[in-house]
Design a binder for this molecule. Structure first.
Ligand code: RP5
Length: 168
């Protein structure tokens, strides 16, 4: 399990190490903002007992958000959400045959009552899930909120500085 040495506030879990290429974008965003996290493989169908233990203990261990990435029949985020009231942010990982549309639909279509906040397929979804976890934490952390506002301001400045070839 990876962590950044402080008590984790965000858990990043994924169904397989093959999800890392996508999920590393969540981890690098948390690192960029200095948010304490843990990251590990928890597979819903290969290690269901460990998945339940992880979800059941998440809140008492201090996790404030769980980012869960999975591909194919992506039941990990939903099952984790079923066992904890810690917000679960689901990241659909691109799959081999359906390019992640299966992952997206199986994560986003949670029945009423047990939500999974679902993000875009792939890298953007992983990064945005981390940014949402950061926003959740920023509600009670002014310093983190200031860093998040600065991150947004950088994007605004970059967009304003864009020049199209026709206008050069
Ligand atoms: C899911 O099955 C994982 O989240 C992964 O996206 C997919 C394939 O896993 P591997 O066969 O690559 O381990 O559980």
């Amino acid at each position: 399990m990876a962590d950044n040495h402080n008590k984790p506030l965000v858990g990043v879990i994924m169904g397989s190490s093959s999800d890392w290429d996508v999920m590393q974008h969540a981890v690098s965003m948390l690192e960029q903002f200095g948010v304490p996290f843990e990251a590990q493989v928890i597979s819903a169908h290969r290690m269901p007992d460990e998945m339940f233990t992880y979800a059941e203990s998440a809140r008492s261990r201090g996790l404030r958000a769980i980012i869960a990435g999975a591909g194919g029949a992506a039941h990990l985020p939903g099952m984790v959400a079923a066992k904890t009231i810690v917000p679960v942010l689901g990241v659909p990982v691109p799959s081999k045959y359906l390019r992640g549309e299966d992952s997206l639909l199986s994560i986003v279509q949670m029945p009423k009552g047990v939500p999974v906040a679902t993000f875009a397929i792939g890298e953007a979804g992983a990064a945005n899930a981390a940014l949402t976890a950061i926003a959740i934490l920023a509600a009670g952390d002014d310093a983190l909120a200031t860093r998040l506002e600065a991150f947004r301001a950088q994007q605004t400045a970059a967009a304003k500085a864009m020049v199209l070839p026709v206008n050069e």
